[in-house]
Write a protein that binds this ligand. Structure first.
Ligand code: DGL
Length: 271
């Protein structure tokens, strides 16, 4: 595998762009092939088996682009499909949950950690599992916040409605004396200021995207796969609504997205 090959990054839609952005910032020589499954978003309310099927199709698509590594830039897909996908391909696969859990464990001082994410991620108990491995005494309080994703997709990042919804969700976590809160869904970093203003500055917000990019960098280095030449043009693919996706991407990425292509992902057969 050539070190100048691209990195495949995928998510259920636009949320994974927060991870792609972090990769572009931290390892600017890497070229990204991004796939957003905009036709089938949200993943957060779907079953494990469905998310595994979707993830396998996307991985198959990314492999046709000769990627040298894959980042599952979606917490729900990381929770449900990382293990399966890792087993089935011979290139490195990195999820966002383990890096997020690692930072949370390093950040907390009182051992009380809040996790917010989709129903899928929270109900999977995956953050709890990873955190308990490194910190047996940790207390993890999960809260699914399903309304955040559509609010972010709508661009209502600090709208009064979003603030009100966030207040209701966060009220439940207020009783647990958490000092660390993991933004366990790719969309949430985009409303971190709204969330932060409600939980207050005694609670540190953890964005798994930063540590995921760092982990990717380390993995590439350890395998001699880091690109030593400047990145080529990043490529963007979606399963629906290329124009809307591109508009959103251009508001958050440090590069200009000039083209987004539609892919018929359902046509990719996996066993
Ligand atoms: N990308 C998903 C995640 O991080 C959030 C959006 C969805 O539910 O598909 O869990």
């Amino acid at each position: 595998m050539s070190s100048s090959a691209p990195i495949g990054v995928f998510d259920s839609g636009v949320g994974g762009l927060t991870v792609a952005r972090e990769i572009m910032r931290q390892i600017p020589n890497e070229t990204i092939i991004y796939f957003g499954d905009t036709a089938r978003v949200p993943y957060g309310s779907k079953s494990k088996q469905t998310i595994i099927t979707y993830s396998r199709q996307i991985v198959k698509f990314l492999q046709t682009k000769n990627v040298k590594a894959i980042v599952i830039a979606c917490n729900t897909a990381s929770a449900f499909a990382l293990e399966t996908v890792t087993r089935e391909v011979s290139i490195p696969v990195i999820g966002v949950v383990k890096p997020g859990a690692k930072v949370a464990a390093e950040t907390t001082r009182n051992g009380n950690i809040g996790i917010i994410g989709t129903e899928g991620t929270i109900n999977s108990g995956i953050y709890n599992e990873y955190l308990s491995e490194t910190m047996p005494s940790v207390k993890v309080y999960g809260k699914a916040c399903p309304l955040f994703v559509p609010l972010v997709e709508e661009g209502w990042l600090s709208d009064p409605v979003t603030v009100e919804v966030a207040k209701r969700y966060m009220a439940e976590l207020k009783d647990y004396n958490i000092d660390t809160l993991v933004l366990g869904c790719t969309h949430y970093p985009l409303i971190r200021h709204t969330i932060g203003s409600i939980v207050g500055d005694k609670v540190t917000l953890v964005n798994p995207a930063f540590e995921t990019a760092r982990t990717l960098k380390q993995v590439l280095e350890s395998k001699g796969l880091e690109s030593v030449t400047p990145a080529k043009e990043h490529k963007f693919y979606v399963s629906d609504g290329a124009e809307k996706f591109q508009k959103f991407a251009n508001t958050i990425l440090p590069c200009e997205v000039v083209e987004t292509k539609d892919v018929n992902i359902e046509s990719l057969q996996v066993l």
